[in-house]
Design a protein around this ligand. Structure first.
Ligand SMILES: Nc1ncnc2c1ncn2[C@@H]1O[C@H](COP(=O)(O)OP(=O)(O)OP(=O)(O)O)[C@@H](O)[C@H]1O
Length: 480
């Protein structure tokens, strides 16, 4: 006889629990208590709300001791807040304004209608008669973006959220929603809801930073209002954009932030401007080497580009000999600066070279630099309009890639990697009127982030080059 535990029936078991009648007053009190408990839990977890609550309790206590004392303390508190706001606007923003904004937006905009929003977006699911909804974990706001961290339901993926991003944007009144995975948190997803687009205004050059080599060069503003920094040491950088997309502003922002490092001898810029020097000539005093395709060169102007690249390979080889077995990543120093080879139009060195001998020399040198240079402090920063393989065969050797406005949707994945467009990098939809806007990758985040590079004007360039004494002797000695 089969044991009871093995007995199975495909018929659903009908269970009817006995009805318990409660009065309207009791039901209402239960509802209010549940809400209060939830408010208490969230308040306790939010520093700004906790501070607000403590101030109210303190005020009530002071009032009971002496109303005058309480009013004086209130006036002092308000005075302090006004003082902090005018003396330290940055701290005011970080300590008070943004935490409060995160708190009220978290409650009023997101948590209040979250279950309904998940349901209508198709992200809630019903299982065994219960409706399960993804949970909001945290909401942190900047002045332009609300970052809502969500715990996904079992079986959901980041793509499920990306697929309904436009529905979520409409529901929460955001201009766009970016969906991001969270490093080392496979159950979490972060929704970036854009409330204001800070990238519609031109971005002024960001303050020059002495620590730029270690911290990253602050070249652009991200759409969440933060500074985007380029980690140049140990990376080659590819900038792709249609004509007029603002490739010049990326290169000039880079040069602007490298200038103090050139002055201190930690960086040597070698510039290659195949457009006859039209783009980069204004910065020639900053450059240790400048090749612009001398039309009088005996071996043809393209051979001058080959020479610079081969000299860079020679520097690389010497450093490899010295550093072999010592370190795996070169640290820039005044004795051995970081060599930054800036090429304004890479296609002129790869796809469009007519001199066959020069073409072979350039291909060989560029391939060596891109595959071996970054570990020994010889990095390439190249700009190009067309990212296709026949124009730029070494595209995949650039670890850092920046996609400004592109002409075709297919180009996005060519530049930023497979799937980048699906993950929200719509570089082909950037309007003509927003030069300098593009998508970049950010450390720790798989999805590209939308940024705007600072606009470097002729006046900035004039100031940039005036006080510079380039480290010419040092680098040409090394390259000779
Ligand atoms: N970051 C920026 N912010 C505002 N305006 C910009 C920015 N970058 C470029 N511009 C403006 O856009 C125009 C085109 O810029 P730029 O010459 O840098 O484009 P490009 O991609 O280098 O074009 P091309 O390939 O034709 O040389 C210029 O008038 C420039 O002033």
């Amino acid at each position: 006889m089969a044991g009871l535990s093995q007995a199975r029936s495909d018929q659903p078991v009908q269970l009817r629990s006995s009805t318990v009648r409660v009065g309207a007053g009791l039901a209402a009190s239960g509802w209010v208590l549940r809400r209060l408990w939830r408010l208490a839990v969230v308040t306790a977890a939010t520093p700004a709300a906790l501070a607000g609550l403590l101030s109210v309790i303190l005020s009530a206590l002071l009032w009971s001791v002496s109303p005058l004392l309480m009013l004086s303390m209130l006036a002092l508190g308000i005075g302090l807040l006004v003082g902090v706001r005018s003396v330290w606007p940055d701290r005011w923003l970080v300590w008070l304004r943004l935490p409060l904004r995160s708190w009220w937006r978290g409650w009023l905009v997101y948590r209040r209608c979250w279950p309904a929003a998940m349901d209508t977006a198709g992200l809630a699911t019903s299982w065994r008669g219960t409706v399960w909804t993804p949970t909001v974990l945290t909401v942190s706001s900047t002045l332009s973006v609300d970052r809502v961290r969500v715990r996904m339901l079992p079986g959901q993926t980041v793509e499920d959220y990306a697929d309904v991003a436009h529905r979520l944007a409409q529901t929460f009144g955001a201009s766009a929603v970016r969906v991001r995975s969270v490093l080392q948190r496979p159950h979490h997803v972060e929704l970036w809801l854009l409330t204001v687009d800070p990238l519609t205004s031109v971005v002024e050059p960001l303050p020059v930073d002495d620590q730029a080599l270690t911290e990253g060069l602050p070249l652009a503003l991200a759409e969440d209002g933060r500074t985007w920094r380029l980690q140049l040491v140990g990376s080659h950088v590819l900038v792709v954009g249609a004509t007029g997309a603002g490739k010049g502003s990326v290169i000039w922002s880079l040069l602007l932030h490298l200038a103090p490092l050139v002055r201190s001898g930690l960086v040597a810029v070698w510039a290659v401007d195949p457009k006859g020097g039209m783009e980069l000539a204004a910065g020639r005093r900053l450059f240790a080497r400048f090749a612009h395709g001398d039309s009088d060169a005996a071996a043809g102007y393209e051979s001058t580009f080959a020479e610079v690249l081969e000299d860079a390979v020679a520097v690389m080889r010497r450093r490899q000999d010295r550093l072999r077995g010592v370190t795996r990543l070169h640290t820039p120093s005044t004795a051995e600066p970081l060599v930054v080879l800036v090429v304004d139009e890479l296609a002129a060195l790869t796809g469009w070279v007519t001199d066959r001998t020069a073409k072979k020399r350039i291909e060989a040198a560029l391939g060596l630099l891109l595959s071996q240079g970054r570990a020994v402090g010889v990095v390439v920063v190249g700009a190009v309009q067309d990212p296709r393989k026949d124009v730029l065969p070494m595209r995949d050797l650039f670890p850092t890639r920046i996609a400004l406005r592109l002409n075709e949707a297919e180009q996005v994945n060519l530049v930023l990697g497979p799937g980048a467009r699906n993950r929200g990098a719509h570089a082909d939809l950037i309007p003509d009127g927003l030069p300098g806007v593009g998508y970049v990758t950010v450390d720790g985040i798989a999805e590209p982030v939308r940024v705007r590079f600072s606009n470097v004007t002729d006046q900035h360039i004039a100031q940039l080059v005036t006080p510079v004494t380039p480290a010419l002797q040092l680098v040409s000695g090394e390259a000779a």
